[in-house]
Design a protein around this ligand. Structure first.
Ligand code: AMP
Length: 218
């Protein structure tokens, strides 16, 4: 892996979290997921959580200054010194410009960007079928990758939950936010020459294998 920062782009349901998790494990670098940080803040009812909750429930983006602040704080932690993966961030051009400034200030080069491309009908199935372990965060899908026992994590027996924003109406809003605000980042990073497009309609394990091969050579 050549770049200090790896960014996963893709629509909601494209498999960013699943793939970022595999890559983070492989290279032993942290996965920084703004969605996970925000969900945790909502659960704990911190001021950040209280500020973000309504936006998240509506499937809208949380303001740039809020998420940029979260990321800046998180990547200043020592475990990010070797490199890190951004999962679900940036989502707007302003956030992407912030990443560039931040990397520059730290004397780092451009990020490496992986865009996971998935057909819209498959995105919907992935989102409606998604279940996450309440203990370890492992991601399942009732259609494609069900747990051995319904509602229970194979790894630690934790209860599987579905995300509050994985309901049909919110999913529609999230996809709209992606098309309106986030998809422009594909051109932004293509112009920087750092974009790598990934065919995301395949089986997640096959995608992870291809990704790890690519990153090991890149
Ligand atoms: P995710 O888990 O990445 O799908 O994010 C879940 C929700 O958190 C999104 O629908 C947004 O409301 C919020 N969120 C996560 N990351 C960002 C971001 N980079 N910018 C704005 N909102 C975000």
């Amino acid at each position: 892996m050549r770049a200090h920062a790896l960014i996963f782009l893709g629509a909601p349901g494209a498999g960013k979290g699943t793939q970022a998790r595999e890559v983070a494990r492989h290279f032993t670098i942290p996965q920084v997921s703004t969605g996970d940080i925000l969900r945790e803040a909502v659960k704990r009812q911190t001021p950040l959580g209280l500020a973000a909750k309504a936006k998240m429930e509506a499937g809208a983006l949380v303001p740039d200054e809020v998420v940029c602040g979260i990321v800046e704080e998180r990547i200043d932690e020592t475990d990010c010194q070797k490199g890190f993966i951004l999962d679900g961030f940036p989502r707007t051009i302003a956030q992407a410009q912030f990443v560039d400034r931040m990397l520059q200030a730290k004397g780092r080069g451009l990020p490496q960007v992986l865009d996971i491309e998935v057909d819209e009908d498959l995105l919907l199935k992935r989102l409606t079928g998604r279940r996450t372990c309440s203990v370890c965060g492992e991601i399942y899908n009732v259609h494609f990758n069900p747990p051995k026992a319904e509602g229970i994590c194979d790894k630690d027996g934790g209860k599987l939950l579905y995300r509050a924003d994985d309901n049909e109406q919110t999913i529609r809003q999230r996809l709209e936010a992606y098309h309106k605000q986030t998809s422009a980042l594909i051109e932004f990073y293509r112009a920087q020459g750092v974009l790598h497009e990934v065919e995301g309609n395949n089986d997640p394990a096959a995608i992870a294998k291809g990704l790890l091969e690519f990153l090991s050579q890149a």
